[in-house]
Design a protein. Structure first.
Length: 66
């Protein structure tokens, strides 16, 4: 379970960073830009993904190894 949380946290962090890179440089990267219902709210979704990634890493650290 710990490895799954770490993997999901990593994916969330990467997508959040890619969304922020897209917002500030206009490069066409990331999943956030491809979701139509987030149109106009990509920056907030990217920040939320970053926070989710941090929370998932914190949850993974609180789990016992094994």
């Amino acid at each position: 379970m710990k490895q799954l949380l770490e993997f999901l946290g990593f994916i969330s962090l990467v997508q959040g960073v890619m969304g922020l890179v897209h917002e500030f440089t206009d490069w066409k990267w990331g999943l956030v830009q491809k979701l139509g219902f987030l149109d106009g709210h990509e920056l907030y979704a990217s920040i939320a993904l970053l926070l989710l990634g941090v929370a998932l890493f914190a949850a993974a650290e609180s789990r016992k190894t094994g």
